[in-house]
Design a protein around this ligand. Structure first.
Ligand code: GSH
Length: 206
């Protein structure tokens, strides 16, 4: 059976779990990383020399990097809807996936780390504010894009929505003041109503 290594509090593990649930795949998830540890053993480092989660094992095939994993799962299931094969449609999905991993999640990272994983007396308020401001820029981009589209790549739900949905779940649940973003919030509410999202969107940030 497909094995997913990684704790569910990791945004990158969340992408894999959400994708697998959307596809209705049978899999076993093994807690690793963070408080669970286990990601610095020789066995783990042989699967991912970076010592990071997630990793998947599919028989004798081992893969790390969350966005590569969700693309693999969509391709393995021949899911034309999640990851379309037409060049421009695929490029559009890929663009939003790259944007999530290089721009949106890094923007809010310091705010997340300070507000969720750092004791109050050790928080750096200036770092939180700088990160909040960067997160707002990303939220504004998503909001404007979603004003005229149901999902990020148009009318169909794709991998772009899964990976950005995980990031949006984090952004919208951070305990800080945010600008109202009606289109982003409408999109996220629709994502939340999808059964495949529940393991992620029902979870508190930890
Ligand atoms: N680019 C990698 C990043 C993976 C990553 O940074 N994983 C973090 C959790 S989100 C991690 O393993 N941190 C160490 C730990 O959990 O012990 C991916 O997308 O899979």
């Amino acid at each position: 059976m497909l094995k997913v290594w990684g704790r569910l509090s990791s945004v990158n593990v969340q992408k894999v779990v959400w994708c697998a649930d959307e596809l209705g795949l049978a899999y076993e998830r093994v807690d690793a990383g963070g408080k669970f540890g286990g990601n610095d053993t020789p066995r783990y480092l042989a699967m991912n020399p970076n010592g990071l989660v997630p990793v998947i094992e599919d028989g004798d095939f081992v893969l790390y990097e969350s966005n590569a994993i969700v693309r693999y799962l969509a391709a393995r299931a021949a899911s034309e809807s999640l990851w379309p094969s037409a060049a421009r449609a695929r490029a559009d999905v890929d663009r939003w996936m790259e944007w999530q991993s290089t721009t949106f999640t890094p923007a809010m990272w310091a705010a997340f780390w300070m507000l969720i994983r750092t004791a109050p007396e050790k928080r750096d308020a200036a770092a939180v504010e700088a990160s909040r401001a960067k997160g707002e820029k990303c939220a504004a981009i998503l909001d404007a894009h979603l004003e005229s589209r149901r999902f990020l790549a148009g009318e169909a739900f794709t991998l772009a929505d899964i990976v950005n949905g995980c990031a949006a779940h984090r952004w919208l649940n951070l305990p800080l003041a945010r600008e109202p973003r009606p289109h982003l919030e409408r999109w996220y509410a629709e994502l939340k109503s999808r059964p495949g999202s529940l393991q992620v969107t029902s979870q508190a940030l930890t």
